[in-house]
Every structure is written in C-alpha cells, then in structure tokens.
Write a protein that binds this ligand. Structure first.
Ligand SMILES: *Cc1c(COP(=O)(O)O)cnc(C)c1O
Length: 406
C-alpha cells in the first residue's frame, strides 16, 4: 500500500451521485413543494414508461410497497405467501405484516432464484401469493411461475428490487421487468446500494387500474379526495354537503409517502439508468473473464428466460469452495479487506432467522439448496462509480487468495 487512498475499502455497493442529481434536488428544495407536489407524479409517469407498465405508485421504501402489494393483492390473515429464502427480509416480512404466513420454496442453485419445479411440488392450497425475487437482478422464470400460481388463483408479485432495467427473453421477444404479463405487481427499491437511488424509496407498478388507485390511497392514510362512497350521508344531511374541504377515509392506510425531493433525485437517476446498467454489465464481464479458470470459484450462473445481456446486475455473487482453499469465509473476507476490497454475504436464508424459527418453527433443512448457496456465497464490489483501478484491485485480490491446503 503506497498511499492513504489505496487502503480505503471498496464497498460491495454504493450510489453514484453527479452534479445533475445535486442540481435536481436543490431545485426541488427551492420549489413550493417538498412533498405531495408535482415531482412525485412526474417520477411515477417516467418510471412507468421506462419499464412498460400502465401505473406506477412511488413510496418511501420498497418494504412499504411490498406491504401495500399484499393489501391490494387481497392477501388475508392466515393465507400463505411463498417467496425465496435467498432474499432480503422484506420479501417475506410483508406477508407477516398482513397476518399471512410467509413460506419458502427452494432455489435453483445456478441462478439463486425460485425454482418453479420446487414451487409446484410444494404448493399448498392456502397459498394466496408468490413473491418472486429477481436475485442479483436476474429475473426468475416468470412465465413458469405465473402459470403455476395463476392455475391456483394466486397473485404473482415480482420483487425486482435488484432488477431495475432488467428484462427476460421469452417466445422470441424481450420483455422488460415491470412490463411483462407474468407479474400482477412488480416492486422496485431505490435504496442507495440498488441500481438507482432516491435515498430511501420504492415503486409499485401494475397494469391494474383499481389496484393502482388503492395503492395510492393506502400510501396516504386510506384517504380519498375524488371518488367518494358517501357512506353515512344517506342519513346525515350534514355529510351530504360535500364541499371543497371534503375527503373520506375509506380504508386503514399508512404514511408511506415519498417526497418531491426524493422524486427529483429519482428522475435525475432514471435519466442515468442506461449508463449505470452498461457500466455494471461491463464490470461483470471483466470479473467473469478474470475468474473463469478458478477451480474453487463458480461465477453467477444465468438460467432462461434470463440472459446476461438483458440483466442489470445489482450484485456480483460468486460461489466459493472454501474447503478447497482450506479457509473459512471470515478469513477470506479479512484477507480481501486487507487488500482494500470489501465483500458481503447476501443472503442468510430468511427462514433461518431467529424470528422465523420461533414464529413459524422453520429450521435448517427446509430449503437445502438455498442453505448450500448461502454457505458458499460471497458478493464482490459492483457499482457504476468503480474505476478500472478498483476493478483491477478486486480481481488481483481474488486471484491472489492463497490456497492454504498446499
Ligand atoms: C432492498 C430490498 C428490499 C427492500 O427495499 P427497501 O427499499 O430498502 O425497503 C426488498 N427486497 C429485496 C430483494 C431487496 O434487495
């Protein structure tokens, strides 16, 4: 290490903010609206157009959007909601928010995504929704998942928090995530480690007009200002006078609103999305090339209908045979860190979390492929602001991981 800069740690992910992003936020701060203003709808319209969906509803996080998806999708207490164990907690927690039972189906070990065969085999009659997670940005086999779920009357929610800008290839055509017909609702996250950011933020997209309207009500206290039910006005003349002040609370809602400040940043980041994706793909290409001959490392695999060139990679996760190196994962992470390379493990299988064990009785062995994926996985730095020297540093650090067996 020659200088102070070279010992800084390259994180596994981080945002990319330029002067245009800063200017957009400053403009929003100087405008009349910090929240509830025109930037929210502008961002929603631009985002819906980008992903090819009819409606987009922006919220303060993808977690909120997943909760709202459960509500508009009609998931009720006691219903079962099946998701992948190889995901962030929120993909499963959303089911528990509405009193449903989060359940897990095992993954395909190549893609790290839900395996449609396992999903069908383990299907239970009380399953009301499937939350299909696009791990690392790679879409699941959505046509197969939708066929299984819809035959049973279940709602398909695609958790595309990793997959802003991804697409899949099916029946000779490219179908964008958010705009293909095999998800009823698609969720995106704009947390700073994700592909584009609003600080905190999320988006629910759907082609269902009634669900989009309901999602907008639920994000703001269940309040409706246009389409009234008039419930109570038949017997109370005071309520019949619906003056300009009038509003109705028609459902129990939350404050899941996003601000104009965040949406101004979102619009600016959306304009840079193609550039972000191109850079991510280029970095993945460099890593894949550099790591192709390591017998103790397996690169991220891609399964149809996903294609590498249609995936906007959020993570670069490799599978390492730590026993072949005679090292623990902790030792490998320390060794990388000493060379200025951060790494992360994504994810601990959700069903093995203490709360899931004690609440639902889940235990090791429930999803062996996901458990094995977790045991060997390590995510390396991947973000558009990485320079070529950062990429080289990661490559060299991985290639020089010593083998202690010999
Ligand atoms: C980040 C993430 C979420 C939650 O997103 P927030 O915007 O942080 O609430 C949900 N699911 C997956 C797969 C994620 O990666």
């Amino acid at each position: 290490m020659q200088n102070a800069l070279s010992v800084s740690i390259i994180p596994y992910g981080r945002q990319s903010i330029n002067d245009d992003d800063v200017a957009a936020v400053v403009d929003a701060l100087r405008s009349d609206f910090l929240t509830g203003g025109p930037k929210v709808e502008e961002f929603e319209c631009a985002f819906a157009a980008r992903v090819g969906a009819k409606y987009a509803v922006a919220m303060n996080s993808a977690t909120s959007a997943l909760h709202v998806a459960m509500l508009v999708g009609g998931v009720k207490p006691g219903d079962r909601v099946v998701t992948s164990p190889n995901t962030f907690l929120a993909s499963a927690n959303c089911a528990a928010f509405v009193g449903a039972i989060p359940d897990f189906s095992d993954i395909d070990p190549i893609s790290g995504n839900l395996d449609p065969i396992a999903l069908e085999r383990g299907w239970r009659d009380d399953t009301r929704a499937v939350v299909a997670v696009a791990y690392a940005g790679q879409p699941c086999d959505m046509p197969a998942i939708a066929q299984i779920a819809r035959a049973q009357g279940a709602v398909v929610i695609e958790d595309a928090c990793h997959g802003v800008g991804s697409a899949l290839f099916h029946a000779g055509r490219v179908w964008p995530v958010g705009g293909h017909p095999w998800a009823d609702i698609t969720i995106f996250s704009f947390h700073p480690v994700k592909t584009m950011t609003t600080g905190e933020g999320g988006m629910l997209v759907t082609n269902n007009a009634a669900w989009a309207a309901e999602a907008k009500r639920l994000r703001s206290h269940g309040v409706e200002r246009c389409e009234f039910t008039g419930l109570g006005a038949d017997t109370d003349p005071e309520l019949a006078e619906r003056g300009p002040w009038y509003y109705e609370m028609q459902a129990l809602g939350w404050n899941y609103r996003i601000t104009d400040i965040q949406c101004a940043l979102g619009l600016s980041q959306l304009a840079r999305l193609d550039e972000f994706i191109a850079r991510r793909r280029a970095i993945v290409g460099r890593y894949d090339q550099a790591f192709r001959n390591l017998h103790w490392l397996a690169r991220q695999g891609v399964c149809p209908p996903a294609k590498p060139e249609l995936t906007s990679w959020h993570l670069y996760t490799v599978q390492i045979d730590f026993t072949a190196l005679c090292k623990t994962r902790t030792e490998v992470m320390h060794e990388l860190r000493a060379k200025g390379v951060g790494s992360q493990v994504l994810y601990i299988p959700v069903h093995l979390q203490p709360w899931y064990r004690k609440t639902y009785g889940y235990a090791k062995g429930k999803c062996p492929k996901a458990e094995n994926f977790y045991r060997r996985s390590l995510s390396l730095p991947l973000f558009p602001a990485m320079g070529d020297e950062d990429i080289n540093r990661v490559v060299e650090a991985v290639l020089s991981l010593g083998n202690r067996c010999i």
